[in-house]
Design a protein around this ligand. Structure first.
Ligand code: AMP
Length: 634
């Protein structure tokens, strides 16, 4: 058996470790089942070292005892304080690498001595050397420092022989990189690389933080940015809301006791919509698109020369990014491999190649077809009702795109076409063509009893697709919350064998320019004669009063019941214990009244922990942390 060489993505926000086994690259999970280790290092209240999720959680309560984004300082001659002591950046990175090494050893049941570690393509020698040193401090021999974009291409094309040019768009937490990579005869070369070391998902969080705090200031006269723990809480809530907005068109932020003014506790409650959020982001995304252009120019290539576009980094889940890349480069990006994990997986592929292991393609569970609904639309202007028998009634609006990893939940917003429209028909299709007649209908239902309002009544359509191909489709009238849903048991096996063959034939054409373009210019490029109306939709699909159209307007957000916080109980228990010990320590300093209240809160929190009532614990932790904060400051 060949030796073990793990692949490590040492990221600004998150890090991962992967291994190739039996030709398959696999990211290793921690005790909590999560493959992602947050790149946070901190100390708990007793001075015990915390790395990863525990440190990230502690950061909310004690930002002064936590270090994040250390990668930004790699190679600099600086020291960072952790508690009473100071450390060099590579020493902090070594703690993260050691946690990954331990994770790998526990998972594999063997000692791990060697690693391939990835760095951004723009890292200079000093930064690379600092990374090697961090590895050595963690007890790892760094057999190769690999460029992140190269790793990302290896995971998609481990054995590519023909010349292929790949544009890797990598937007992580703290940095942005775009690289043009060429693979030929198994040799991978970075032709050009551009980026912005100060642009990433953290900036998206800051934008949201500022919008939220500005609005809160206007409403309550308190600037939450000026209160350290309040700011940390809002920032965390903003980051969670940002993630939800990648999948859902609207969400809500709620933080109880987030601040206090004149002795009165204040609560934060705010609604956000994806469209307004993406509007705020637009200047930052435009900056990344300028870098894409420069990377192409430096490689002396045009968009046409690019064979694939690959997304890397958690922030690329923001839907506007794929849309803009698709419109600029004329092809939709690959997203089959989890963008958070593909660099680590590629590093493991490199490790396996060095160790002499055979490599297969990487297998993942993805949707083989795009799923969406029929809408009314004219290709040029997103206009309203296009007229009976007009081509505009046949537009396919994708909701979950082909290649999306499963399970997946996505929502999009549409609007009614006519005044006082009382019903809409949700016609669900799978396929790759913008002309819905070319695709396969998998189900339909009506939602009736809509409000008698002018056209443009917003309807939210949500698709929830599980690993077994079970699709739940929910349609909701936004202004009333009236909703209806259906569940389609097995959306992928619903194609008859003939249609299946036809779909396979069509799928084999995927990634050709025609198909890519057909999304962007649906009316002009949809091939004629492939599948007809009667085959796919016996009732025909002429426009009716039940049709509705895509609307590009902005909407006011409503609560997002589908989006739930994803706190695991272990981190909750850690947080709860931390806040309880802080309470025990500080309550002596509190007024008699506060002392009693804190004692009561602590005992209730303990009861919730004993009863394993995890749903109610976060609110209780927040409340207690908030009370303690004021004592702390007093
Ligand atoms: P990375 O450094 O590649 O691990 O990327 C981490 C960044 O991705 C952080 O800023 C996360 O907030 C962001 N991120 C993770 N998941 C999502 C998501 N679903 N939508 C938008 N951003 C995300």
């Amino acid at each position: 058996m060949s030796e073990i060489i793990v692949g490590i993505d040492l990221g600004t926000t998150n890090s991962e470790v992967a291994i190739v086994e039996n030709g398959i690259s696999r990211v290793l999970v921690g005790d909590d089942g999560d493959p992602i280790l947050p790149s946070f290092v901190g100390l708990d209240s007793e001075g015990k070292l915390l790395v990863g999720k525990a440190a990230k959680n502690a950061w909310v309560l004690a930002p002064e005892r936590t270090i994040k984004s250390i990668k930004r300082k790699m190679g600099l001659d600086v020291k960072v304080a952790l508690g009473e002591r100071e450390f060099r950046p590579q020493e902090i990175s070594a703690l993260i690498l050691k946690a990954l090494k331990d994770r790998a050893e526990k998972s594999l049941g063997k000692e791990v001595k060697k690693a391939v570690i990835t760095v951004p393509a723009y890292f200079n020698d000093v930064q690379r050397q600092a990374t090697v040193e961090a590895g050595e401090l963690a007890g790892l021999e760094v057999v190769r420092i690999l460029n992140e974009p190269t790793a990302a291409t290896l995971v998609y094309d481990p054995q590519q022989k023909e010349r292929t040019r790949i544009l890797v768009y990598d937007l992580g937490g703290g940095t942005f990189d775009v690289s043009v990579v060429q693979i030929e005869n198994g040799i991978v070369e970075v032709l050009s690389s551009h980026g912005d070391t100060q642009l990433g998902g953290d900036d998206f969080d800051d934008i949201l933080l500022n919008k939220i705090c500005d609005q809160f200031l206007a409403e309550h006269g308190l600037d939450l940015r000026e209160v350290r723990t309040s700011k940390a809480r809002v920032l965390r809530a903003a980051e969670e809301a940002k993630r939800r907005l990648s999948d859902f068109v609207e969400t809500q932020i709620e933080e109880e006791f987030v601040g206090e003014k004149d002795g009165v506790p204040l609560h934060l409650k705010m609604e956000l919509s994806r469209s307004e959020y993406e509007e705020w982001l637009k200047p930052l995304i435009d900056r990344t698109m300028d870098c894409v252009q420069r990377a192409l120019e430096d490689a002396k290539l045009t968009a046409r020369d690019i064979d694939r576009v690959v997304l890397v980094g958690g922030s690329t889940r923001t839907p506007i990014i794929s849309k803009l890349l698709e419109s600029r480069l004329g092809r939709s990006p690959h997203r089959e491999i989890n963008p958070d994990l593909c660099v680590a997986m590629g590093a493991a592929v490199q490790g396996a190649i060095i160790a002499g292991q055979p490599i297969d393609s990487i297998l993942v569970d993805i949707t083989p077809h795009t799923l969406g609904i029929r809408v009314l639309d004219r290709s040029d202007s997103f206009s309203f009702f296009g007229g009976r028998n007009s081509e505009s009634v046949h537009r396919f609006a994708p909701i979950i795109r082909r290649g999306t990893p499963l399970p997946s939940s996505r929502s999009e917003m549409y609007a009614t076409a006519s005044d006082e429209q009382e019903a809409v028909e949700i016609d669900i299709y799978q396929g790759e063509y913008s002309d819905v007649r070319q695709n396969h209908r998998v189900g339909k239902f009506r939602i009736e009893g809509l409000s008698k309002v002018p056209s443009g009544n917003p309807i939210v359509v949500q698709f929830d697709l599980n690993l077994n191909g079970m699709l739940k489709v929910t349609a909701k009238e936004k202004i009333t919350d009236l909703q209806k849903n259906i569940v389609i048991d097995s959306v992928f096996s619903d194609i008859s064998s003939d249609q299946h063959k036809e779909s396979k034939r069509r799928l084999s054409e995927l990634w050709t320019d025609e198909l890519e373009n057909s999304y962007r210019n649906p009316m002009s490029l949809a091939p004629s004669g492939m599948g007809d109306e009667t085959e796919n939709s016996p009732e025909g699909m002429g426009a009716s009063d039940d049709d509705f159209v895509i609307r590009s307007d902005d909407y006011k957000a409503i609560p997002d019941s589908a989006a739930t916080a994803n706190d695991e109980f272990l981190s909750l228990v850690n947080q709860a214990n931390e806040v309880i010990s802080k309470a025990e320590r500080l309550k002596a300093k509190a007024s008699a009244e506060d002392h009693d209240e804190i004692t009561k809160q602590v005992s209730e929190l303990r009861s919730l922990l004993e009863a394993q009532n995890y749903a109610d614990i976060p609110a209780r932790i927040s409340k207690l942390a908030d009370m303690l904060f004021y004592i702390d400051d007093a």
